[in-house]
Every structure is written in C-alpha cells, then in structure tokens.
Write a protein that binds this ligand. Structure first.
Ligand code: HAM
Length: 423
C-alpha cells in the first residue's frame, strides 16, 4: 500500500520551484526596498497565543487549527498565521520595547479548511508587520509594498484594493450593539451560520456570501458612521495618501476580516484571475494586539499574502518567467574523458557557471539527447580523440551556430566569453 500525502497539503514539484524562487526573490527585494527585515519564526507555538490574538470566536480558532498535546500534555498549535508569532518573538527579544520595527516573514501556515482550488490546509504566506507607528502613513506604506509587488510582477492591472475602517474598540462596541439589534429583528431570515454568529461574532455576518442574505446585509448599519473623530481622520488621511500614489481603491463597508485583532484600517486585495478564492492579500492595523500579548502599548499594522494564489495569478497573467537553465552539459566518452569531464565541470562551477556532467556512460547521441532534455545552452564533448589532443568540442545547443574545438585548459574562458556575448 502506498502512503499518500495529506489532503490539502501539496508537494511543490521541481517544475514549479524555479517560478516560486523567482517570486521569492522579488519579495525579498521589495521588502528590502521599504526597509523591512526578515524574521524566521517557529511553525509551532503555544495554542494560547493564537486563541488570545485571533479570537476564540473566529472560524480559525473554532475549527481550523491543528492543535495537539505534546508529550508533557502541553497544548501546541501549528501556526495558522504569523502575525501573532511575530509579535510574540518581537516582545520576547525586545525588538519593539523602545524602538520601532519593520519585519517580514515567509513560510507555511496551517488551517484545517475544506480543501479546494486556492484553499489548502498547508499554504504559504509572505507577510510584513510594522510596529510602533500609530499614524496612517504606515498603513499607506504597507499597502504600497503590496502594490509595488504587483507592479514588479506585472499583475497590477489584475488586482483590486478594498479598504474599510472598523474603528476603535469602543466605537466598534456601539456598532456591534446596533448591528445585533438590527439582525435580531430579522432573526427568522438569518441562515444557520449567521444566527450562530449573532451571539458570537456578529460583524462576521456582514461577510456572508449567502445570496438570500444580501438585501438584509445591505440595509444593515454601516461601521464608518460609528467612527470617532480620530478614526475618521485616520481613515481620511489614508485615502489621501493612497490617492496621491495613484493607488485605486474601493470603500467596502462590509469588509471586516476573519481575525479579531484589527482596529481602524482593514484592507484586502483581490484579483480577477482566480475563481472563488480570489483574495490574494489581506491585512490592516492592530493597535491593541501587542499589549494583549503581554507587550507594551505598541501600535502595529501589516498584511499577509497567499503565495499559492499569487503563483496561480502569475500563471494566468503575462508575467514572463525566465527559467534558469543549466548552462553547460558535458558529454564524456571513455574512461579518461570521464575523469577530464569531472575536472572541467568543477572548474566551470567554480567560475559560477552551472554544469551537468553526463553520468552513466552511453553513446554520444544519447548523451546529447539528455543535454537537450536538460535544456542546456551549450554542450561540451570530450571523446577519445579530444583526450589525445587535449581539446574539447563546445557545441551551441539552442542556437544554430557552428561547434568549435578548443584546448581543454581554455574551455572555461571560452564558455564564459560565449555566455557573456549571448547575454
Ligand atoms: P488572512 O486574510 O487570514 O490574514 O490570510 C492572508 C492571505 O493568505 C489570504 O488573503 C490568502 O491569500 C492566503 N490564505 C489564507 N488562507 C488560505 C488557505 N487556506 N489556502 C491558501 N491561501 C490562504 C492573515 O493571515 C493575517 N495574519 C494578515 C495580517 C498580517 N494582518 C496583519 N498582519
């Protein structure tokens, strides 16, 4: 019996890893352009960390966490997101006690969701978190980081930004009271999920996709009308900043996000290139969270994007991915040529040129076929007569150019020149 992978947990195959790596490179570059520093966090944390931060009455904590007891009976959870972990680490290592910090992370997250296209149980996120700024300029900067990524990846035209303000905890409490009163009047029209949320997490009713609920939701009280003066000013400034950057956005009064820690700004980027799971990036401000997790009164804001979804967007867009081919394939015929081939290949690699030596012997035609399959740019052929004359043949494999014979000791210099001239 074969052992199969776990549902919703994907292998990333070599045919895709180059694309992932090139996206990861762009992500690293963009993070650095904005002054964010990488932080690497454990995949496992104490369960309490996520319960306290994401909220006991959210889908994630209620039903999506991979939680287990370790050998000593301690409850641990595979991280469903990394904002909480990032704050835990920043507090623990005094990164944000007296100073501000801009951090980014990338890696796998785990949620026990119903797997479907674009929704997995192990998926990858890239996220940024900025600690120490209460002002809306940082909210704008965070959104600009994502926008810069879309531009670098040539998908900006396929993305839409939606923003909302969910205000301070006090104004949200007033809104919540009125919202509950409103939905309570129509209790019989609520679907099962929303009826349950009425007592646990009523704001999430606004998120419902049930077509029968839409009229009811459209007529519900609107959060932005409950904002206090500070929150209102904060939100207006953010809109000014985004406008000045020519970043288009839609106001979505129903955007509440699925995690409880947000205050004031929340936002989501969606794309027209994916089906149902079209949210590629989400985030916002979380001013009370650091304190809730035992740190000081440090403001925070950030976002995370789903890498699987982003990669899928790239596959459907005009983003031109240039795979890095192995540049040189060495065909070696005979005992002495095998020895010489290993030596030349090692010299090439030392010079920063990737090289594959044909292993396992075989006829020249077979070896050239393997070179072709490996997508190599150049072949180097060393046979018995080349060994005798201390030469090698360099054969262009992707261009219609003549092969040439060069001294064995000059192979690296010649190849370097040829690669430079073909760019
Ligand atoms: P989130 O909206 O839960 O936010 O996740 C962010 C992104 O992760 C989503 O927009 C989506 O692209 C991707 N994602 C989420 N769940 C899955 C899944 N099951 N399969 C594939 N992709 C998925 C957060 O996680 C917050 N920590 C974001 C944040 C950072 N807020 C402030 N700082």
């Amino acid at each position: 019996m074969r052992v199969q992978s776990i549902r919703g947990m994907n292998d990333l195959l070599p045919s895709d890893t180059e694309l992932w790596q090139s996206v990861e490179d762009v992500i690293r570059d963009v993070s650095e352009l904005y002054g964010y520093q990488e932080i690497r966090l454990p995949l496992l944390e104490r369960t309490e960390l996520f319960k306290r931060s994401i909220g006991e009455e959210t889908d994630i904590v209620e039903k999506e966490m991979y939680t287990f007891l370790d050998n000593r009976g301690e409850s641990l959870t595979l991280r469903p997101e990394a904002t909480a972990s990032c704050i835990r680490a920043a507090i623990e290592h005094s990164l944000i006690n007296r100073s501000k910090a801009k951090l980014w992370y990338m890696g796998p997250m785990f949620r026990y969701e119903r797997p479907q296209k674009g929704r997995y149980r192990q998926f990858h996120q890239y996220g940024i978190e900025a600690f120490g700024w209460t002002t809306p300029d940082i909210d704008a900067e965070i959104i600009m980081v994502a926008h810069m990524l879309w531009r670098k990846l040539d998908i900006a035209q396929h993305t839409t930004l939606e923003i909302n303000s969910i205000g301070s905890p006090t104004s949200r409490q007033n809104f919540r009271t009125d919202l509950v009163a409103y939905f309570d009047k129509y209790r019989s029209s609520l679907d099962e999920d929303s009826a349950r949320r009425l007592s646990t997490n009523p704001l999430r009713i606004l998120d419902s996709k049930n077509p029968h609920m839409q009229d009811l939701i459209n007529n519900a009280p609107v959060m932005t009308e409950y904002l206090d003066e500070d929150s209102q000013r904060h939100f207006e400034r953010l809109c000014v900043f985004l406008g000045s950057q020519d970043i288009e956005f839609k106001l979505n009064h129903r955007l509440v996000r699925g995690l409880d820690y947000y205050t004031d700004t929340v936002f989501e980027w969606t794309t027209d290139l994916l089906g149902a799971q079209n949210a590629i990036c989400g985030g916002g401000r979380y001013d009370g969270l650091v304190e809730l997790l035992g740190g000081g009164a440090v403001a925070g804001a950030g976002f995370a994007l789903g890498l699987e979804r982003l990669i899928e967007v790239l596959k459907h867009s005009r983003f031109e991915f240039q795979p890095v081919n192995p540049q040189v394939y060495l065909c070696v015929l005979g005992d002495d040529a095998e020895v010489e081939g290993l030596r030349v290949a090692q010299q090439l690699r030392t010079a920063g040129i990737s090289a594959i030596v044909h292993c396992g012997g075989g006829k020249l035609s077979q070896q050239l076929k393997s070179a072709d399959r490996a997508n190599s740019l150049l072949g180097v052929i060393i046979g018995a007569s080349e060994i005798e004359r201390r030469t090698a043949i360099i054969k262009p494999l992707r261009q219609d150019l003549a092969q040439q014979s060069v001294a064995l000791d000059d192979v690296v210099d010649n190849i370097r020149e040829m690669l430079n001239s073909t760019g």
